[in-house]
Design a protein around this ligand. Sequence first.
Ligand SMILES: Nc1ncnc2c1ncn2[C@@H]1O[C@H](COP(=O)(O)OP(=O)(O)O)[C@@H](O)[C@H]1O
Ligand SMILES: [Mg+2]
Length: 442
Amino acid sequence: MDNSEIQQLKEALAVSPDNTYLRVILVQALLRSELWDDAQNECLEILKRDSENVSAKMHLAQAYYGKEEFSTTVVVLEEVLQNNPEQLDALLLLTKAFLKEGDRQQAIDTYKKVKSVNPHRVDEEIEQALTLKSVDENDREESDFSTQVEQQVQPPSPMGISFAQVGGMEKDKGVSEIMIFLPLIHPELYQAYGKKIGGGILFYGPPGCGKTYLARATAGEINSAFISVGINDILDMYIGESEKKLNLLFEQARSSSPCVLFFDEIDALGANRSDMRTSAGRNLINQFLSELDGIESQNDGLLVIGATNAPWHLDPAFRRPGRFDKIIFVQPPDLISRKAIYEVSLTNKPIENIDYDKLAKIAKDFSGADIKASVDLAIENKLRIAMKKGAPTPLTTQDLVAATKKIKPSTKEWFQTAKNYAMYANESGVYDEILEYLKIKK
Ligand SMILES: Nc1ncnc2c1ncn2[C@@H]1O[C@H](COP(=O)(O)OP(=O)(O)O)[C@@H](O)[C@H]1O
Ligand SMILES: [Mg+2]
């Protein structure tokens, strides 16, 4: 598309500014020429006249994506999808935007929707980003997409988040450093003191406070292999196969040593044990324990991280020495961390003079996810106004305060449950940190 064609379209529009069809053609030309700002303005122009114009919204999302404003892209696409949940182009672009934001899980979920609308639709770029090596090379033809994507080996420095995108949590970052990076970077020091590298670390705490996020950021910081596993995928295998799958995972981790093996929502193992959906429950736990102990193979250079919202559902055998013997309470963000999370969440967004201290104060008891949700809500509200007016205005403190007040802090409920365990089932003081946090005397 050469510029003369764009010029002609613009001239035609100057004569008949209400010709939406013509303007859509212009937008398409601008997008092809990667003139993102112009495309954005023209889309807003269309939406000013016709706020429900789906193709203008779709193109607007493309323009934001081109400008690398990914969270705005997400907001616009979610609007499109609200009325047309099966719009494939919107779903595909949304997957890419989530990938760019480092939100793998959301990307996977969205791409699954693409597949459910049209199983034959393939997007090379997305699949390459999502599907890394299948763990079991001689896997059966039963190589279900979802199990492939959720068990990947990430190469060193995978695209995605790093500590810079984690707001606050300085203590947790410090712990990660001592327990994860240093052993991997300086194994000789650890050996000199007779300490073996390896063993397991369990992150626990209320949902949305950054356990998964921290683990992923850790992967972005280290130069070691990082394998991330969803327990539910292992459980979903047919009877007797899950143990084998687990063993293969550990074997692969050992052969890529030094390596971090991350099991998210690890309590699913314990939770599934009692409902005995399969008789494999106990076997799988035993398999897991013997892999942790490294009975048949050496676990040197292998770090296992588990994360859970409900550590009390985990078999106590997991916490014996040499297994998950380091237990870290990932608590809700304090004032300073909340401020930092607001700052991180608003990076690269159009803002003016934000009073971060005020926001952090209002967001008492908020999880990181709650804060992100309030920022998203503020952007959404702003965008709705911008689409009507046809002109974007920057976010203000007032916008964010209003949105923050609409969101309910989600950590309180968790503490109600946690308190009971900490007070009445606090074997060898595992949950002392919860009591401290709640200022309850031991
Ligand atoms: N410290 C933080 N800095 C920035 N974002 C955070 C932080 N903690 C949580 N979040 C946001 O909240 C979302 C949910 O956090 P997540 O790690 O999934 O919680 P958990 O695993 O503890 O339930 C993350 O994807 C991220 O967007
Ligand atoms: Mg999580």
